[in-house]
Ligand binder design. Structure first.
Ligand code: PNS
Length: 178
């Protein structure tokens, strides 16, 4: 919350709450995402985790399943909500009256793509800021894509995804692998 006032204690104080959107595919949610959500929720008043609703050809989980997993994993975080969107991210951010988009940068290799997206979003909606945060270093190599690949090939992803996601992975991927 940002209090903007002049000449306290007599002048009126305008209280502006800060809302940010954390967008992504979340197929599936990883502990790296959760770490970033917790960090983001500490610095904004309200964080909306927004799942892109486009028909991804190789999605492992439906948007509804991803939404359920995110809602369950963030249930205890009072200022975090989960939503889905399609179309332009900046349109969704403005519909939500959010001032910022939150994105995670795990390593320098993420930076180029993230920078391009941030600049494009700024061109489309200059009033929407992008905030970059770094997840805990133990998650610097964790991505949804690798989690899916490793799990589908019989590898162990324990500790990289929340237990509720691990359960869903086990139910979805051929049991003989695990
Ligand atoms: O987790 P991801 O897959 O890296 O997330 C990418 C996402 C959803 C943030 C990005 O693809 C996006 O914002 N898509 C919405 C469409 C849009 O606004 N495209 C222009 C981005 S500059």
């Amino acid at each position: 919350m940002v209090a903007i006032g002049r000449g306290a204690p007599y002048a009126a104080v305008v209280v502006q709450t800060v809302k940010a959107i954390y967008p992504g595919s979340f197929d599936p949610l990883t502990n790296g995402h959760l770490d970033l959500i917790a960090r983001g929720a500490k610095i904004v008043d309200h964080l909306v985790v927004a799942i892109l609703r486009n028909a991804q050809k190789h999605a492992l989980f439906t948007v509804a399943e991803r939404e359920e997993m995110l809602a369950e994993a963030t249930r205890e975080m009072g200022n975090v909500s989960v939503a889905t969107f399609d179309g332009l991210l900046v349109d969704f951010a403005q519909e939500q009256q959010a001032q910022a988009v939150l994105r995670g940068i795990r390593a320098i290799s993420d930076y180029e793509y993230e920078f391009q997206m941030a600049m494009m979003n700024r061109k489309l909606a200059p009033q929407v800021e992008t905030i970059f945060m770094m997840p805990g270093e133990k998650y610097s190599y964790v991505s949804s894509r690798l989690v899916k690949e490793v799990f589908q090939l019989g590898g162990d992803v324990d500790g990289l995804v929340p237990p509720l996601v691990l359960e869903r992975l086990k139910a979805r991927v051929a049991p003989e692998k695990h």
